[in-house]
Ligand binder design. Sequence first.
Ligand code: FES
Length: 164
Amino acid sequence: MEFKFDVEKNKDNIEKFKLFIEEHKDMPGALMPVLQEAQNIFGYLPLEILQMISRKLNIPMSEIYGVATFYAQFSFIPKGKYIISVCLGTACYVKGAQQILEEIEAQLGIKAGYTTPDLLFSINSCRCVGDCSKAPVILVNEDVYPKVTKDEVKEILDKYRSEV
Ligand code: FES
């Protein structure tokens, strides 16, 4: 899935980012802090921004991709407004968390690690969130849903769809 980076909408952030590059481009190992700043400002690493980094730091795209794909903190996909985290810790797994995850994936038409084209939802899996007695647990941003069943998935998703 290709996400279109809106240059016009991000005009101010791009200017801010350009300044950051100017201030850091001559320091050794500038690539890492520059990538971190891009991730912070834009929430992911859009292609247009990676190309700008390549030009301004004079580093080939292949090298930038090499670094950006190595570290889990960097993402090439924007995050959705609502981030669904499905706990796949042992207690949740035993209580059917994998089936809950598959149901969410089926309903949203994306796999874990991805974002819906309308940028509304992202799906993640995570380790124990410390609420094992309520397994299986899912989180939508800060909201915690205990003892989730497959049948409840649609209702939970619809709640957020209706908030848009
Ligand atoms: S394993 Fe899911 S909350 Fe502990």
